[in-house]
Design a protein around this ligand. Structure first.
Ligand SMILES: [Zn+2]
Length: 301
């Protein structure tokens, strides 16, 4: 797979949008969606206003169909880590170090210049059901284009999870968010991501009014068909952090935003059962044997 899936620059300064797929190598919906969008732009010769870039995240992990090889490429975007990697001789760099350096090079080059709006969309999929939501640092304004995605927004996950690409780009002045499109491997996630990108391009003024592209822009219908009664905005109450040697196992069947009660058995590990410390909703329960977050508990604002 190529790093740059597609790019376009009309020379206008209205918007700069970067869309990233598969920063976790086993989450391919995003790169497929980016492909769909750029193919359609080319085939239908759509007029794009602004500068857009679609890139693939962890190329070596995509190759191996794994989330990551040496470390999580979405937990390393701190200035300390970046400086450390940049001052290490190339021969001593591991897989993700090399990915990080290459991505930084592209982002640095591409994000030069002043724009009315700079946007970074980081596409992900999850291992649990009902995995359609937005992770964004801080509560975005009512006018923000991210609101057009009409998905639950998790506004303070950055207090618990550090070194994400979206935090890094947020610090660089981008409207920056993770867009979770659904379950890993599902066709619906590709569809939601594809039409979500169209919706964002339209909302950002990068493509023409919606009426001209009715067929393309049926995002609202797609979102409407998702599980009803999802919360609008949630904040995190608790993170259950895990290590590989904990032998953590989530109790089967939990979906994102499913209600849970204090004392409810949620999982077990080598020390025994793990119960909920709060009344709330379960969020990102881990159903793959890689990662450091067992689950989160969130509450609606
Ligand atoms: Zn991911």
């Amino acid at each position: 797979m190529e790093r740059v899936i597609g790019s376009f620059d009309s020379g206008d300064r209205n918007v700069l949008m970067v869309v990233v797929g598969a920063i976790h190598g086993n989450e391919l919906a995003g790169v497929k969606a980016i492909n769909n969008v750029f193919r359609e732009i080319e085939q239908s010769q759509l007029k794009v206003k602004g500068k857009i870039l679609g890139i693939a995240g962890n190329l070596s992990a995509i190759e191996e169909k794994k989330r990551y090889l040496d470390y999580d490429l979405n937990r390393c975007w701190t200035f300390d880590k970046i400086n450390a990697v940049r001052s290490t001789p190339k021969a001593d760099l591991n897989n993700e170090d090399l990915e990080l350096i290459e991505l930084l090079g592209i982002l640095d080059e591409f994000s030069e210049g002043e724009y009315e709006q700079k946007v970074l969309v980081d596409l992900h999929t999850t291992s649990a059901e009902n995995g359609n939501f937005i992770v964004i640092p801080g509560n975005p304004s009512e006018q923000s284009i991210v609101r057009s995605l009409k998905l639950p927004m998790i506004i303070d996950l950055d207090r618990y999870v550090h070194g994400t690409l979206l935090q890094h780009m947020h610090q660089r002045g981008f409207l920056s968010f993770a867009f979770e499109g659904g379950q890993i491997g599902s066709e619906k996630a590709i569809d939601l991501h594809t039409h979500g990108i169209w919706e964002l391009l339209y909302q950002a003024g990068a493509i023409e009014p919606k009426n001209d592209f009715k067929k393309l822009l049926h995002y609202e219908e797609l979102v409407g068909s998702l599980h009803a009664h999802l919360p609008t905005t949630v904040k995190v109450l608790h993170r259950h952090k895990i290590e590989r040697q904990d032998y953590f196992r989530m109790k089967p069947g939990y979906q994102n935003f499913q209600r849970i009660n204090k004392g409810e058995i949620l999982a077990e590990d080598k020390k025994g059962i793990i119960t909920s410390l709060f009344d709330g909703m379960i969020f990102m329960p881990l159903y793959q044997n890689i990662g450091n977050d067992g689950f989160f508990i969130v509450e609606e604002l």
